[in-house]
Design a protein around this ligand. Structure first.
Ligand code: SAM
Ligand code: SF4
Length: 381
């Protein structure tokens, strides 16, 4: 089995305020002593990096500092981590290194600092440029701060993504148009546009806000796709739009079922070795993660993926891509023959959820709109 490309995800699990819709492993930062937290957590991350042994060795294609709010940490912390990754595995010369930033933590010096240590992509959590919607989402920034952070990012980083959400409480089509116009005004080359979902374990789940109905949300989605297409953005994944040559290489590696190391609280890894594929999950609670790292203990779960797991996980990723996947990719990444899913592919084709064209298996528009139904076909007991 040919080794898949290798990426690294590093999780920073703290935020200034927990947003009412957010189900990520992020914790409100109550301890004011950020410096000590940063130091102790970064040291634990470094210990986990040192602990990996990967055969065969492969240079890292992309690094993603996600959260939580990585922009709470200083450039020094990321410098230590990037240097350690380079020493341990080697970074590819074109390695894409992304940091997520919340405009409410916008600090000019930090932005320049991130760039100077080799971070070349920034993903900014704007969500909306509308003051009222930001308030309803309990964001810690206003539209001007979102605009200022995005403008500086576009000026100094090679690649910039803006995260927006639609189908927000009280949102109209005109509001969506405004958000798109503002994002285009910034001049970003990548937009991740998420449909707001109400996740269990969130405040919005407990106290549901009134949201636009399904029909209105579908109209918003069509509006977004049309407006962004007109502005030369390609809709390449369920929620991702990019101008030419600016797709997110890190996320593409997930969607193409590549290998990745997940470092930090709650992060998980997927690694291929000797024709088998393993998954490991780190301790979720940040304090627990730091405490266990002292005794070089990082994982609360490790598992060998079965053929059924591999088929479902491959599809869950690859069918998010509008251009789908090729037969050789399926076989390389899962180590299974494509014939193993002949029956499921036939059924999905009969239901007009996928098409097989020019050597690729792609979701149709119907398949994209009913992705969960499509994926159910590949779910085996
Ligand atoms: C980990 S957060 C990223 C950055 C940073 N923490 C922030 O919020 O500014 C990743 C993105 O996921 C999206 N997101 C989070 N919760 C969501 C939800 N319930 N529905 C839709 N999108 C969501 C938001 O657009 C958010 O920016
Ligand atoms: S800032 Fe981002 S990660 Fe933190 S709670 Fe809000 S959406 Fe979640």
């Amino acid at each position: 089995m040919q080794s898949p490309p290798l990426s690294v995800y590093i999780h920073i699990p703290w935020c200034i305020h927990k947003c009412p819709y957010c189900d990520f492993n992020s914790h409100e930062f109550k301890d004011q002593n950020l410096k000590n937290n940063e130091e102790a957590y970064t040291t634990a991350l470094i210990k986990q990096i040192e602990n990996f042994s990967i055969e065969p060795k492969r240079p890292i294609q992309s690094v993603f500092f996600g959260g939580g709010t990585p922009s709470l940490f200083s450039p020094k912390a990321f410098d230590r981590l990037i240097k350690k990754l380079n020493f341990k595995f080697g970074l590819d010369k074109n390695c894409e290194i992304t940091i997520e930033a919340n405009p409410g933590t916008f600090d000019k010096q930090h932005f320049y600092g991130y760039r100077d240590i080799g971070i070349n992509r920034m993903s900014i959590g704007v969500q909306s440029f509308n003051r009222e919607h930001l308030k309803k989402l309990e964001r810690i920034h206003n539209p001007q701060e979102a605009f200022d952070a995005s403008n500086l990012a576009v000026k100094i980083f090679d690649k910039v993504n803006i995260d927006l959400m639609f189908a927000l409480p009280g949102q109209s089509l005109t509001d969506v148009k405004y958000d798109i116009t503002k994002a285009l005004e910034v001049g970003t080359s990548h937009i991740s546009y998420y449909h707001l979902t109400i996740e269990p374990n969130t405040l919005f789940y407990k106290f549901p806000p009134k949201l636009p109905d399904g029909e209105k949300s579908a109209e918003m989605f069509d509006l977004i796709t049309n407006k962004l297409n007109t502005a030369n953005f390609e809709h390449y994944e369920t929620s991702a739009y990019a101008k030419k040559n600016t797709q997110c290489l890190h996320n593409l590696n997930y969607w193409n079922f590549g290998d990745y190391l997940g470092i930090g609280a709650g992060a998980h890894s997927k690694l291929s070795h000797d024709g088998k594929i393993f998954r490991q999950s780190c301790f979720k609670n940040p304090r627990n993660y730091i405490k266990n790292a002292n005794s070089h203990n990082f994982y609360d779960d490790e598992k060998l993926l079965s053929s059924n797991d591999l088929i479902f996980e491959f599809m869950m990723n690859a069918l998010r891509l509008n251009n789908g996947f090729s037969q050789p990719l399926f076989e390389q990444r899962t180590n299974l023959p494509i014939s193993i899913i002949d029956k499921e592919l036939g059924l999905a084709k009969d239901k007009k959820l996928i098409v097989q064209k020019n050597g690729r298996i792609k979701p149709t528009v119907l398949g994209q709109n009913f992705l969960n139904e499509l994926l159910q076909i590949f779910l085996r007991d």
